[in-house]
Design a protein around this ligand. Structure first.
Ligand SMILES: Nc1ncnc2c1ncn2[C@@H]1O[C@H](COP(=O)(O)OP(=O)(O)OP(=O)(O)O)[C@@H](O)[C@H]1O
Ligand SMILES: [Mg+2]
Length: 457
């Protein structure tokens, strides 16, 4: 682009430097030729009227004519002998030029030889003297004009100066423009490299409103989309693993408790095995939901039905009891009046399970966990209380954030990823409910969850 731009400028400068000069030189030549030709023809006509063609009669006739600005006048007879000569000025033609012109005229031709040399216009004109169709002599006139030449020369040098200035300006301007564009394109390339290497938050600083800025804006919004997609992907992967973790942990707990208890009676063992079956079904439902999610790429609503809170709490407690017993923690549930929620049973189960599991995981040996459900106006309240280690006030506002863990070492030991509470909060909000966490005066935590009651309508 830069090369094409410079080439166009150079062609324009070339035309600008030659065309006006050629044109004005031609105009000066023409006007000089006309002026000198008319003088030659005036002399030739005057001499053609002479009775005798001698030096005296010619001098006489010439003295009567009003001739101006000529550097040389030569008049010859039919054989080329010079009968009259007048010389004015120091710039004179070469002898050979004079001879050439005179010979031409003696052969009956008008000869014109204009020349521009070293800034001076030289004009040679010769013409035959022909009273009757026969050549009796020749007139040769010569003029050297320095003034017009000087004007032409100054025009030429002015044009050259302008050209140099224009070339320099064009060169600087194009170098500046190309440097600016190249630098900004380099920024865009750098941004593309950054985003390609996974730095999705990288943005181009956009200034102005030209095409390169538009490119920057487009790139930024593309990167924004990529970042969002990446975030959704990560979130999906972590949520999916968490959802799979809950039933898997339950299956492990149940099978462990069967294995570690050699005197287990047949009924209890059957109950545990049926719970393992129920958890496997939950696992199958979860994987099915995840598969549908990947296919549709958006939220899949699980099937909703009237879910009884006390039934959900009972089944979660059955699964968690072995975990609580292993740590000598008492697990109790007080059901003060049942209520139903219009929801997906697995999701309500996840809420209860996560809260109760936390209450056991972050408890002390010999501690207790109490669950309580009751109606509260149009809401159903579930409270999960523990006598555990509690959460410091400074951490309390953050516990519902994704991946937030208060005591990282302990949480990691307990197999925690810091996702449980954020999933619980999202689910509760999805059903138009609310959740709060507070420290208990006697130590430990209390989590309260409220869901709108479904009363069959
Ligand atoms: N009842 C509780 N008592 C004390 N600390 C708690 C309690 N519940 C949660 N926490 C703290 O809050 C953090 C976040 O809990 P959350 O359930 O979100 O994650 P997690 O239990 O570490 O992992 P996950 O539930 O994903 O397996 C926990 O790491 C823990 O430090
Ligand atoms: Mg948890």
């Amino acid at each position: 682009m830069l090369a094409a731009f410079l080439a166009v400028i150079l062609v324009l400068l070339g035309v600008m430097n030659s065309y006006p000069l050629i044109l004005s030189r031609q105009m000066i030549f023409n006007s000089k030729e006309q002026a000198i030709r008319s003088q030659a023809s005036l002399i030739s006509t005057a001499l053609a009227g002479l009775e005798s063609f001698t030096a005296e009669s010619i001098s006489q006739a010439m003295s009567l004519l009003d001739l101006s600005s000529l550097g040389r006048i030569i008049i010859t007879d039919a054989y080329g002998n010079w009968l009259y000569e007048a010389v004015d000025g120091s710039l004179q033609p070469q002898y050979s030029t004079i001879q050439w012109c005179i010979q031409g005229a003696l052969q009956g031709n008008d000869c014109v030889w204009p020349r521009l040399k070293s800034g001076v216009f030289y004009t040679n004109v010769s013409m035959p003297v022909m009273p009757d169709k026969e050549v009796t002599g020749a007139v040769y006139l010569f003029e050297a004009d320095e003034d017009q030449g000087a004007i032409l020369m100054s025009l030429r040098s002015t044009l050259a100066r302008i050209s140099v200035a224009v070339s320099l300006a064009a060169l600087f301007l194009s170098a500046f423009l190309s440097e600016t564009i190249t630098r900004r394109m380099r920024q865009v390339l750098e941004a593309i490299n950054q985003v390609r290497s996974g730095e999705y938050s990288y943005r181009i600083k956009v200034r102005g409103r030209d095409e390169v800025s538009q490119l920057g804006n487009e790139f930024n919004s593309l990167a924004e989309r990529l970042q969002q997609t990446e975030e959704v992907r990560r979130r999906f992967v972590s949520d999916a693993s968490h959802e799979l973790k809950t039933p898997l942990a339950a299956i492990r707990l149940l099978s462990d408790s069967i294995l570690q208890n050699p005197d287990i009676d047949g009924d209890t063992a059957r109950e545990f095995v049926s719970d393992i079956g129920a958890e496997s079904e939950r696992l199958a439902r979860t994987t099915d939901k995840l598969l549908r999610l990947t296919r549709l790429d958006n939220k899949v609503e699980g099937e909703r039905s009237a879910v009884s809170m006390s039934q959900v709490v009972d089944s979660a407690m059955r699964i968690l009891r072995p975990l609580a017993e292993a740590q000598g923690i008492s697990l109790t549930y007080l059901d003060r009046g049942d209520g139903c929620i219009w929801a997906n049973a697995d999701e309500i189960y996840q809420v209860v399970f996560n809260l109760a599991e936390n209450a056991i995981k972050y408890n002390v040996k010999g501690g207790s966990v109490e669950l309580l459900s009751q109606r509260e106006g149009k809401m159903i309240l579930l409270s999960v209380r523990d006598t555990g280690i509690g959460i410091p006030d400074a951490d309390l506002p953050h516990i519902f954030e994704r991946f937030y863990r208060v005591d990282k070492a302990r949480s990691r030991e307990a197999g925690g990823s810091g996702l449980g509470l954020s999933i619980v909060r999202d689910l509760v909000q999805e059903y138009g409910g609310e959740i709060e966490a507070c420290r208990r005066a006697e130590g430990g935590m209390e989590f309260k969850v409220r869901f709108p009651i479904y009363d069959g309508g």
